[in-house]
Write a protein that binds this ligand. Structure first.
Ligand code: NDP
Ligand code: OXD
Length: 308
């Protein structure tokens, strides 16, 4: 029995070391140097080469190395009986809360304008937007979205949330799938924390931007494919949206020639909103590996039909 770590452009040795620290008897291999493919029963994957899992005839489960599973779901070469799981750990939530709170505060306190002014030694005070008058609307009230909602609310923002099924969270206005327009009309700072599925692909488009309250801002920390890029540029140029904070992109790394780089109304971060901590992830991976071998239920299993 072995546990395989598969990733492109990511060093998997810290994850192997943490797994071995927990249990040195686990046979851990790092792709592509796999000595006995037939022994692999559990894999951990991030940005894997398509078709790679065909090489492991006894594979029973794959864990994403992160919260998202959009890199696994569309891979038709993963047999239907292979179970999929994902990483749900406290530090992913904590980091995402910090990222969204910092971004929202920067937006209402004109941080970008002051960066630009400093380069010109310009002393120009601006009115900032009162946070108690700004409603942050969170699309996707799952593990991350609901934690972010609570963090913003205790920091003085008005918060509303939208998800497939309606949530009950103290102090937060919640909306379900059929109430998207009501949710958008209330929202000034739109935060996307949806999983990428066939239903959410391209959801951040011009039609949606037009329904937001005024002033409007966007924070996308989910996936680049949620956003229709040309629609965002139009919305920024026409004042429908004042500023966008983007952590994720359809093509990563974002190419140097991409039009987003040169825009003052876009803040770019390199997919760092929330980073998987090897130590924390290793304990969940080992737990699920052992559960698999003992025929137990897996933690944080993904519904392949639903896509998240
Ligand atoms: P969850 O699966 O816990 O939550 C997803 C939420 O989205 C749920 O509330 C779900 O509704 C809702 N949802 C799904 N589909 C729809 C739909 N069609 N319409 C309305 N609501 C929908 O995911 P996480 O919170 O753990 O993670 C969210 C995403 O964040 C990940 O998939 C990943 O892409 C991204 N991410 C980005 C990171 C970064 O560093 N930038 C780091 C980690 C994650 P319901 O509750 O009713 O099921
Ligand atoms: C994740 C991510 O899905 O880092 O965990 O994007």
């Amino acid at each position: 029995m072995s546990l395989l770590l598969v990733a492109q452009n990511r060093d998997m040795k810290p994850f192997r070391d943490e797994i071995l620290e927990i249990d040195s008897n686990i046979d851990v291999e790092i792709w592509p140097a796999v000595s006995k493919p037939e022994r692999v029963q559990f894999a951990v994957a991030w940005n894997h080469p398509k078709q790679v899992f065909r090489q492991y005839p006894n594979l029973k489960a794959i864990s994403s190395l992160g919260a998202g599973v959009d890199h696994l779901i569309p891979d038709e070469s993963i047999p239907q009986q292979v179970r999929l799981t994902r990483v749900v750990v406290p530090s992913l939530k904590e980091q995402m809360c910090d990222f969204v709170l910092t971004s929202a505060l920067n937006l209402i306190r004109n941080t970008q304008a002051y960066h630009t002014q400093q380069q010109r030694a310009d002393w120009i005070p601006h009115q900032h937007l009162p946070k108690e008058e700004m409603t942050v609307g969170i699309m996707g009230m799952g593990e991350l979205g609901s934690a972010v909602a609570s963090r913003l609310q205790v920091n003085g923002f008005r918060v509303c949330g939208w998800s497939r099924s309606k949530k009950e969270i103290d102090g937060i206005d919640t909306y379900d799938n059929g109430q998207l327009d009501d949710f958008l009309n209330k929202t000034h700072i739109l935060v996307c924390l949806l999983p990428l599925t066939s239903q959410t692909d391209g959801i951040l488009d011009l039609d949606l931007f037009k329904k937001l309250g005024k002033p409007a801002f966007l924070i996308n920390a989910a996936r680049g494919e949620h956003l229709v890029e040309e629609d965002l540029i139009y919305a920024l140029d026409t004042g429908l949206i004042n500023h966008a904070v983007l952590d994720v992109f359809t093509e990563e790394p974002l190419p140097g020639s991409h039009p987003f780089w040169g825009r003052k109304k876009i803040t770019i971060t390199p997919h760092i909103a929330s980073l998987t901590d090897p130590k924390e992830a290793a304990s969940l991976i080992v737990e699920n590996y052992k559960r698999l071998l003992s025929g137990m239920e897996l933690l944080h299993e993904v519904d392949r039909e639903r896509g998240y």
